[in-house]
Design a protein around this ligand. Structure first.
Ligand code: AMP
Length: 123
């Protein structure tokens, strides 16, 4: 019998691991990244566990769209809607360390070259 181990983010969603939850609805949560790479570094995480973007199916279209809309909403809520980046790492070689699809929202270094080249994952 095979049992799947819940991802780290699923354990945060289930309140088994503490995190700073900034936003929540029926489909996703937004938390502060524990190791921020920019002054504002939030993660948009679907409650449905999809390991990587390439593992998403056409039936996941609405949840994927929802994540983008929520990213825009929380960017507005946190006052960074004029300048932010979205990053999604797909696969270990692209820097993905948590295999539960998520968007990084990075913001807060206006006009900084360092920010525009922010090193998310190993790039
Ligand atoms: P990725 O490398 O794209 O898979 O991103 C995973 C992100 O999750 C990294 O930026 C980590 O800093 C972040 N992270 C890992 N553990 C936690 C945690 N307990 N709470 C919040 N963020 C976390």
């Amino acid at each position: 019998m095979s049992e799947t181990i819940p991802s780290l983010f699923m354990r945060i969603i289930n309140r088994e691991i503490p995190a700073e939850i900034l936003y929540e609805d029926e489909l996703c949560i937004v938390i502060n990244d524990i190791a921020p790479q920019a002054p504002v570094h939030m993660l948009v995480i679907p409650k449905q566990e999809i390991a990587r973007l390439v593992d998403a199916a056409h039936s996941d279209q609405s949840i994927l769209g929802h994540l983008l809309l929520v990213a825009g909403e929380v960017a507005r809520q946190f006052g960074v809607d004029d300048a932010f980046r979205l990053v999604l790492n797909n696969g270990a070689d692209a820097g993905q360390t948590v295999f539960h699809l998520h968007l990084h929202i990075l913001a807060g270094v206006k006009g900084s070259k360092e920010f525009s080249e922010a090193n998310i994952g190993s790039w």
